[in-house]
Design a protein around this ligand. Structure first.
Ligand SMILES: Cc1cc2nc3c(=O)[nH]c(=O)nc-3n(C[C@H](O)[C@H](O)[C@H](O)COP(=O)(O)OP(=O)(O)OC[C@H]3O[C@@H](n4cnc5c(N)ncnc54)[C@H](O)[C@@H]3O)c2cc1C
Ligand code: FES
Ligand code: FES
Length: 1330
């Protein structure tokens, strides 16, 4: 194993250990991160290199360390991010470019990104963009929105800087964006955010070589079975087929672990345990590739990535008619999982696992594949058919048997094979439904001779529509056959309403929509093969066959350069790289769980409620306590007197052992000497519940039960009721919006360290609010706050999710640490984190709008209901913000908005980027879209008509100058060529029946502020040391937004010294007390004013000294000041913006200022599958004077992509019993690299106004989220076009997120009409919308 060529010898290999904890805990190589533990996020990516002594080739491939058993790595070289480069030795060009192209924010995903790119470059030093996006498909980033990472990658491509698509021989740069003339901007001075000239060249000869020792070992050492024996598990690695079979006879129940991507997640998440594992190593026969007369034989041990490469070659070489099945398998291999999993997973493992949603098995089944099995008894062949797939004992592997290889026959002339799949996300997402279909006509005639159809995702295993196919044999390939086939298939492949996975009607529709696609595709080929006999398709139907628009990524950012008169060393306004950027990419940036294990450290694991509303009858801790290593279990009893804390309005309990009110509520906490033991013991705590009524989960149920938290919010302006009497039309509607998971890449993490003296404690925690952690810990330990110091270096993302719940988790952790006088660490697993912590509030918005026929809205009456969950948390503030921001960018002369926070039996929902505005804004925009439809106008026209213009008043009577709002809108219209593209979209839609495009533009007015002056105060502390170096501390938390970078820019400007002279160590309650929470887009804004104040104080003190020696250095001045007894340390303070709100009168000045913007998005949808692709987004923002355009563009784009996820693919699923199903990246889909708009253009409005903010800048952390709804409305537009063409002219109600399911079901057609529908109430659905 190598990290910068270090050899590690492990004598006591425990077969249960995965590479990730081994690297992180045992070797202290903490660059490789934990994000999910299940292969779904890519944070743990490493490069594996293996030498093949037969081919003499080295294979480098990316792999997920979280699923790699260390025992499987014998003979392999492991390269971690530390081995790629470091600031101590040399940074690698990948590391440099990702950092300098601003591809890091919180940096938690970054080492994984670097490893994926690095591995790609090891294999392809000049990759294509397709290879790059493919390589990054298995890596998630929650902050950046991927565009800057793609930018960094592009610098390695042969031609960088353009889309690389040469359609008709013309590049995007020549033809203008989207083939339409580009808008000519007044201000063309848009400097680049990074300069490629300074990049280190990539020199493949400089890379680490494969360790010769391992090469010699592979060549020379006699190979024999290796056995590793651990405490509970034995690992056997046979190296010959004979030994493998012997092991299999000896241990027939033992799984054969190849990639461990199927066995691994089952062990980890389902608690499966295997006392023996057989893991063949380099057995030649398992890697065969044989071309025979009848087809291809592929070894079961080949990885899916290798299979993809082999098939690509075969497809190139052989005639198309022979490669139908290969092509279909190859196509699915492009979207199956991410690159890492495809490189680890084996063909055999995939086939034998027989997952219900397997992408390959349906294809291999219809392709008439056979499996070559071997046992001590000899060889035999079995067909990969329905019986095998349903694990029918007579058609399955026998206990002593193994799969050696797979025969995939060639296809024949007049034989056609196709693959279909639809998932929640384009890439790296298990299919909702997938399918393989094959038809054989034989020479001439067009009569079906053979037909095979298999589906995944619609049953407990792959399902073959055998009877349907049988009945269709002998029929001609025509519309009557299509109709009969759909009915037969629906009958045979039936899904009950309660089917696991939900989306039942969608799945039924997909089943026949796929067949329709197959029908069209075959018809089209038949037409090309024999145009006389087969007339083929109408042109407008052909669009059903094309893949969604998939050109490569192309982005621009336009911002204004600094004033040429600004001093060159003054960094304000310049695109300075995130100061931790390089450390992010080298893995040297330290996060909470990267801190080394301390002496005597314990680990704490929570036991949570499994019931939504129940009395706890008893808790039996005995079995858990009896496990070795278990030290204690903290219960409510221990916390008597300190078991609750009030942060905001209502006190919250820490642990609950009487009556639980949601699944995931903290019941008790196990403390043990290792993470493994703590988690094992937590599973052994036995709780007996008595269910209680009612269980309220949804907003509708809460309304029915009148279950609200106290404190309705109401805002009223003008006279709504009177206005309704004079309007031309009145419309009533509603929209439901689902919640959102924060999905910060670093899960909740904390380490409490008792100091052993005076009850002091240090708490290291991933929190946005150290003051609160300090307060809750002090209260729980019954000590004054001055004994508790809370330290935060940086967070791996937060987005509002590391405030309230983090405090409770930290308090219990600190309690355990205090009780035992030992450090205690608590790191939540991804699944626990998602279950416990809640997220964005689901919303129900009901509206009644009164408007004139020309689109002017004169009266709007809105009701907001948010699903607050079991405790109040921040729900009232979220609701309040939603009510205050209901007007978005519009002047509604008469407006009433009321809001209620529903109390339900769900985990408490909390702050999430945008804080109520993304929900409230969507409700308002949806209403406007409906008004436009009623008036027969475009939504954009109605938006413009109702927008604030110039100086006006908000509903709460705060003055607003909307000049820049209108400016953003106009500029966005122009830069996006809205009018031209609107025409182009309409033309496209009239020519295509099954694909539709949609275009939508939304304006943004985002009021920034906390609603109270005190909540906006901030402080800083600046020291100058005698060598002239400066240390800055402030109350803000670095969570990826680059606040520390901006603070150093501020200090550098104020003290007129280079940034390199200023340092910032992190945030601590020890240096800056009583700091406010970091949130609400204001962190840099407020703390910057405090830093500025401190620096100005210091400068003022030092001015006499500086003027005495103007040519002196900072060292001279510091020394002189010291000699003259002038203090070199100063605090800085900002008392907060003057903001207030009176809810009694509904009036106030709750916000400091407004951020304006607009976004225009264009999408294409597939009406048959519900897939969508965001083709292009243009964003224009008024951000005042940017302090750092690189960071600001990053905030806008990152927030936009997060918003896009919120409104289109991120879907939380709860069972009717209130259990969250979506507890990891495998079930919950945040945007991946493939979801980034093909073109993304961000520009800033030239700064026009000066304000009292930090250098007239504006806070940008949150506003961009809402702009993601431009994609929602673009899809809405496309769906409307589809419906109009189908004669459906009535109102269109689409809820958020607008998933493939909702898109498909809204594009009603004969297939949606054909499917059986279940009577609501006749079954219990798998999941319910909350
Ligand atoms: C994050 C993630 C994303 C995924 N996404 C997709 C996706 O989009 N589409 C999709 O179809 N699948 C997906 N998968 C599933 C993946 O394809 C399978 O897990 C994988 O192919 C299994 O191969 P493996 O070598 O890792 O199997 P292992 O886990 O090593 O073994 C699996 C099983 O196969 C048996 N086995 C293995 N080899 C043999 C043999 N030679 N003879 C007899 N028995 C054998 C073992 O006994 C074991 O029971 C995903 C998995 C993960 C973790
Ligand atoms: S931690 Fe390994 S993929 Fe997420
Ligand atoms: S920078 Fe990618 S997750 Fe934060």
């Amino acid at each position: 194993m190598s990290d910068s060529v270090n050899k590690v010898i492990e004598k006591n290999v425990d077969p249960e250990t995965m590479l990730l904890p081994y690297l992180r805990k045992k070797l202290q190589l903490t660059g490789t991160k934990y994000g999910c533990g299940g292969g779904g996020c890519g944070a743990c990516t490493v490069m594996i290199s293996r030498y093949n002594p037969i081919t003499k080739r080295i294979r480098h491939y990316p792999a997920n360390a979280c699923l790699l058993p260390i025992c499987s790595l014998h003979g392999a070289a492991v390269t971690t991010v530390e081995g790629v480069g470091s600031t101590k030795a040399r940074i690698h060009p990948v590391q440099e470019r990702v950092a300098k192209c601003h591809g890091t924010q919180c940096g938690f995903c970054t080492p994984g990104m670097v490893m994926s790119i690095y591995t790609l470059l090891r294999n392809h030093p000049e990759p294509t963009l397709d290879q790059l996006t493919d390589a990054l498909g298995g890596n998630l980033c929650r902050c950046t929105g991927y565009r800057p990472i793609i930018d960094a990658c592009k610098t390695f491509c042969k031609t960088s800087g353009c889309c690389q698509s040469k359609e008709n021989g013309v590049c995007c740069l020549d033809q203008g964006i989207n083939e339409l003339p580009e808008f000519e901007e007044g201000n063309k001075t848009s400097p680049k955010l990074f300069s490629e000239e300074e990049f280190l060249p990539l020199d493949p000869t400089q890379e680490l070589i494969f360790p010769p020792e391992l090469m010699i070992m592979a060549e020379k050492q006699p190979q024999r079975t290796r056995v590793f024996v651990g405490d509970r598990m034995t690992w056997i690695s046979p190296v010959t087929l004979k030994e493998l079979l012997e092991a299999k006879v000896k241990y027939p129940q033992a799984p054969i672990v190849m990639g461990n991507t199927s066995v691994g997640p089952e062990v980890r998440f389902k608690g499966t345990f295997h006392p023996v594992i057989i893991s063949p190593d380099c057995i030649e026969e398992l890697s065969v590739v044989n071309h025979a007369d009848d087809g291809l034989t592929l070894g079961a041990g080949l990885s899916l990535a290798q299979v993809k490469e082999i098939l690509a070659e075969v497809i190139q070489k052989l005639p198309e008619e022979k490669t139908q099945t290969y092509h279909a398998v190859w196509k699915h291999l492009g979207t199956l999982a991410g690159c890492q999993i495809r490189n680890m997973a084996s063909l055999g493992g995939h086939i034998v696992s027989r997952h219900l949603d397997s992408d390959l098995n349906p294809l291999l089944a219809v392709g008439n594949c056979t499996l070559n099995l071997l046992s001590k008894e000899g060889e035999r062949q079995i067909p990969l058919n329905e019986q095998f797939l349903t694990k029918c004992p007579s058609a399955d592997l026998k206990p002593g048997e193994i799969l050696v290889s797979v025969n995939i026959p060639y296809s024949r002339k007049w034989e056609f094979v196709s693959a279909f799949r639809q998932a929640q996300r384009q890439q790296n997402a298990l299919a909702i439904v997938n399918s393989g279909m094959r038809v054989f006509f034989g020479e001439g005639g067009g009569i079906i001779r053979e037909l095979s159809i298999a589906y995944g995702g619609v049953g407990p295993t792959t399902i073959c529509a055998k009877n349907s196919c049988q009945q269709l044999i002998g029929r001609p390939w025509n519309e009557e056959m299509l109709d009969a086939a759909c009915r037969l298939i629906l009958d045979e492949v039936s899904l009950p309403g309660w089917a696991p996975g939900g989306k039942v009607e969608f799945k039924r529709t997909l089943v026949i929509s796929f067949f329709f696609k197959f029908y069209l595709k075959v018809s089209q080929i038949l037409k090309t093969m024999d145009p006389v006999r087969y007339p083929g398709l109408a042109d407008k139907y052909e669009s059903a066959l094309e893949d969604l628009h998939s050109r490569n990524h192309w982005g621009t950012s336009k911002y204004q350069d600094v004033d040429p008169k600004q001093l060159p060393q003054d960094p304000i306004g310049r695109p300075i790289m995130h100061l931790s950027g390089i450390k992010h990419t080298t893995g040297e940036a330290i996060y909470c769980d990267d801190m080394p294990v301390l002496d005597g450290e314990l680990f704490l694991a929570f036991v949570t409620s499994s019931r939504a509303h129940a009395e706890i009858v008893s808790i039996d801790l005995s079995e858990a306590l009896s496990l070795p290593g278990v030290v204690d279990i903290v219960t409510e009893e221990d916390l008597r007197g300190v078991n609750s804390f009030c942060l905001l309005i209502e006190p919250e309990k820490l642990l609950e052992t009487q009556e639980v009110s949601c699944v995931g509520q903290l019941v008790c906490a196990v403390v043990a000497d290792s993470e493994v033991q703590a988690k094992r013991a937590a599973k052994r705590v036995k709780i007996v519940y008595q269910d209680l009524e009612p269980v309220i989960l949804t907003i509708e149920e809460a309304i029915r039960h009148h279950s609200f938290f106290q404190g309705e919010r109401k805002l009223e302006y003008g006279n709504v009721d009177e206005a309704f009497k004079v309007v031309d039309q009145i419309l009533e509607g509603e929209i439901h919006m689902g919640g959102q998971e924060h999905f910060y890449m670093e899960t909740q993490s904390m380490l409490a360290v008792p100091k052993g003296e005076d009850q002091e404690m240090d708490v290291y925690v991933s929190s946005q609010f150290p003051k609160y952690i300090q307060a809750i810990v002090a209260s729980t330990l019954k000590v004054p706050a001055n004994k508790i110091m809370c330290h935060v270096k940086r967070l791996g993302g937060a987005f509002g999710g590391k405030v309230t719940k983090t405090g409770i988790l930290a308090a219990i952790t600190a309690f355990a640490a205090n009780k035992h006088g030992r450090p205690v660490r608590c790191i939540l697993e991804r699944g626990e984190d998602m279950l416990i912590t809640g997220g964005r509030h689901p919303y129900l918005g009901k509206y009644k709008a009164g408007f004139m026929n020309d689109g002017r809205i004169l009266a709007l009456d809105v009701e907001h209901y948010c699903n607050g969950g079991a405790t109040l948390d921040e729900s009232l503030f979220v609701l309040e913000t939603g009510v205050l921001k209901v007007d978005n960018a519009y002047k509604f002369p008469n407006l009433r908005c009321q809001g209620w926070a529903c109390k339900t039996n769900l985990p408490s929902n909390t702050a999430l980027r945008g804080f109520g505005f993304p929900q409230s804004g969507l409700i308002t925009e949806n209403c406007i879209t409906e008004v436009a439809a009623k008036c027969g106008l475009s939504p954009e026209k109605v938006r413009m008509m109702n927008m604030y213009k110039e100086i006006d008043q908000t509903p709460y009577k705060q003055e607003i100058d909307a000049t820049n709002l209108i400016q953003c809108w106009k500029e966005c219209m122009a830069t996006s060529s809205y009018s031209l593209r609107k025409v182009a979209v309409e033309k496209f839609n009239s020519e295509n029946y099954w694909k539709k495009k949609g275009l939508a533009m939304v304006p943004l007015k985002f009021p920034v502020g906390f609603g109270s002056t005190a909540a906006c105060q901030a402080a800083a502390l600046v020291h100058i040391y005698l060598d002239g170096s400066v240390l800055v501390t402030h109350g803000g938390i670095e969570m990826g937004q680059g606040v520390h970078t901006k603070m150093i820019q501020v200090a550098s400007r104020e003290l007129r010294m280079p940034m390199s002279n200023v340092h910032l160590r992190g945030t601590s309650t020890e240096t800056v007390p009583n700091a406010n929470v970091s949130g609400a887009s204001l962190v840099a804004d407020l703390n910057g004013l405090a830093v500025k104040d401190a620096c100005q104080t210091l400068l003022k003190r030092l001015e006499p000294i500086i003027s005495k020696n103007p040519k002196g250095t900072w060292k001279d001045w510091a020394q002189a000041a010291f000699d003259e007894s002038i203090s070199l340390s100063a605090t800085g303070y900002f008392r907060g913006y003057e903001t207030h709100m009176n809810w009694e009168t509904g009036e106030g000045h709750p916000f400091a200022y407004f951020v304006f913007g607009a976004a225009c998005s264009e999408v294409e949808i597939d009406c048959l599958t519900g897939a969508h692709k965001n083709i292009r987004t243009d964003i224009v923002m008024d951000i005042g004077h940017s302090i750092n355009p690189a960071l600001d563009v990053g905030q806008i784009e990152g927030a936009f992509i997060q918003g896009m996820g919120l409104y289109t693919i991120e879907e939380l699923k709860y069972s009717p019993q209130g259990v969250l199903f979506t507890r990891g990246p495998d079930q919950y889909k945040i945007p991946a690299v493939s979801d980034v708009p093909t073109e993304l253009h961000v520009s800033f409005l030239p700064p026009s106004q000066n304000s009292n903010t930090l250098y007239s800048s504006k806070g940008l952390g949150e506003p961009g989220v809402f702009l993601g709804c431009s994609v929602f409305f673009a899809i809405h537009d496309a769906v409307r076009a589809a419906r109009q063409e189908r004669g459906l002219l009535g109102p269109l109600k689409l809820d958020s997120p607008l998933t493939p399911e909702k898109i498909r079901m809204a594009c009603e057609d004969k297939f949606t009409k054909m499917i059986p529908r279940d009577e609501p109430g006749s079954y219990v659905p798998w999941n319910i919308p909350v």
